[in-house]
Structures are given as C-alpha cells and as structure tokens.
Design a protein. Structure first.
Length: 307
C-alpha cells in the first residue's frame, strides 16, 4: 500500500512530496534542556545520555553551516541525493532565546538542498514567541515539530522523570495544529511496569490526535545513564526481538492510515548500548516487522478506531 511496505513510511511520504529520496542531516544546535539545567529538573529523563538523546547528531562546536556541510559530505559517499531535512535532534531545540533560535533555524534552511526542517523538543517549551517563529518558518519550508511524549501513563512519566503531565502535551498539540504545524510524537515501548495493553493505549491515544506522524522507540539501556544504574540494581523485563516485532505490528494496526511512521526501532550507539544488544541489527528488526505483517495479512490502520 505504501510502496513495498504495509505501513506509511516517512520515506514513502517524502518521495511523494519531493519526488526523490530526502536524507536527514542530524544537527546539534548547542542547546540544553530545562529538564537538565535545573529549571524543571537537574537529572534529565532517566534514559537520557550525555548527548541529550541524539547520539548521531553533528558536533555542537561547529556552526550549523559547517555541520550541514560535514554531514552532506558523509552521506554523499552512500546516497545519491541533493535534498535534505535539517534535523535539530538532541536536547530541547526550542529552548533558547528567540534570536538564537531564529538565527539557527534560518542558518539551516538557507543551506543549499535543505528542503525541510525538523525540530525535536518538549511540549512545555513552546512559548507564544516560539510558536510565532515556528509559524513563520512553517511558511518558508516543510516544517515538522517532534514531541517526546513517550507514554500517556502518568506513573511511567514520573518514573522516566519526563517533567510534564499529559495535559501539557495535549495543549501543545492543539496549539501546533491551530497553526498548521505538523506534529510527530515519540513513544517508547518497554518502559518498566508498562504492560502490552498500556503501551497500545498510548499508541491508540496518539493515533487519535489527528497529527502528522509518530516514532516508536524501543527502550534501550545505554551505559552511563540513570536507567542503566537503575537496571543494574533492579532488573526489569526487556523485550526479545520477537516480542518487540509483534508489539510494533499491533501498534501499526492501531494507527490511522494517514499517520506517517518515522521510526520503528531504537537507535543506540554500539559502544554505549548495554541492552538489548539485538537492537543493533536494525535491518533484522525492520525485516521482521515486514514479515510479521505479511504473515498476519496486516497493514497500518487495520484496527484503527476513533476514541
Ligand atoms: S527532554 Fe530530551 S534532552 Fe531533556 S532530559 Fe529528556 S530526553 Fe534528555
């Protein structure tokens, strides 16, 4: 239904819009996060590493222009494309002064070949001033904003030290939608004490927000994080590859067909990843998902229900 996939991939969507493969350039805007600098919390989310959940982003000591040039150069060895998404990935990319944000966003979208801007942030970091800036940028490029929700369940949100209640996410989604800004929500599968039903409730919820996209992340444990220290003291069950694949397919069935699926796996760095090590073989996970969907005669939206 979506090229050779049974779910609505970002790759499919971008090819439809831009007529060719569009590659992501992961940038580090040099920002921090209110959940780490003491404003909301000083320890960060429990799974967050030193690089602010963006282990593959460019180097924060380079300018945006330099990072873009460096990443284009790296990608050109593997991919033949001249269209790019500038992706502000790690830390909180709307958490700075208006002038700083404006300068960095414009620096990114002014680079040759950059046809889109993606900004990962927290829903509690979208002031009216920032919203006005995003609205302006949205008129100039193909913009989307990614929100790290992870779960709709308050007890899990407390455990991961997310630092805001679900209501804040709801308000941010409404504000962004009012301004026609595309929203992508991140969810994590595998948080301790969440059952399969709990995880699928979060998927159903996000599937009913009438937003543009979603990312499913596998909870992985990275060394030197508080989650790692917690796990060592108090181990909790971690999905096997087969369990994860089956749950992802359950989740895809619950999404509306229009929702664009940006990611279905975790993305840990090999040297930092503690568990599960099987997550390093992303291709195997993705082909397992394809296989499982085929076996089930399944497709995205098969079990979608409005709530
Ligand atoms: S909001 Fe993002 S950058 Fe901030 S602590 Fe949580 S995962 Fe890390």
């Amino acid at each position: 239904m979506w090229g050779d996939k049974r779910y609505h991939t970002l790759n499919y969507e971008l090819r439809k819009i831009f007529g060719q493969k569009v590659m992501k350039l992961s940038l580090d805007g040099g920002f921090t996060c209110p959940n780490r600098d003491g404003t909301i919390g000083d320890k960060g989310c429990i799974f967050c590493g030193e690089e602010g959940s963006g282990e593959f982003a460019g180097c924060r000591y380079l300018s945006i222009k330099e990072q873009i040039e460096e990443q284009k150069e790296l990608l050109s060895k593997k991919w033949n494309t001249d269209k790019y998404i500038a992706y502000f990935q790690n830390f909180t990319n709307t958490y700075s002064s208006y002038d700083d944000l404006r300068e960095k966003y414009y620096a990114a979208i002014s680079e040759e070949g950059v046809v889109s801007l993606a900004i990962a942030t927290r829903p509690d970091c979208l002031s009216d001033e920032v919203m006005d800036l995003l609205t302006e940028i949205n008129e100039k490029t193909f913009l989307w904003v990614e929100l790290g929700l992870q779960t709709i369940h308050e007890s899990s949100a407390k455990f991961i030290r997310r630092g805001y209640p679900l209501e804040i996410y709801n308000k941010a989604v409404e504000k962004l939608k009012e301004r026609n800004i595309k929203v992508v929500t991140h969810l994590i599968f595998g948080l301790p004490d969440e059952s399969k039903e709990d995880i699928l409730e979060s998927v159903k919820y996000v599937g009913n927000t009438n937003t543009w996209g979603v990312k499913f992340h596998l909870l992985y444990i990275q060394k030197e994080t508080d989650l790692y220290r917690y796990y060592i003291k108090k181990p909790f069950p971690i999905f096997t590859r087969e369990e994860y694949i089956s749950l992802v397919v359950d989740g895809l069935e619950l999404l509306p067909v229009e929702m664009v699926v940006h990611r279905l796996t975790g993305d840990g760095k090999k040297e930092l990843l503690y568990k599960p090590r099987w997550s390093l073989d992303k291709l195997r996970v993705l082909s397992g998902i394809d296989r499982e969907m085929k076996i089930r005669s399944s497709y995205q939206g098969l079990k979608f229900q409005s709530i």
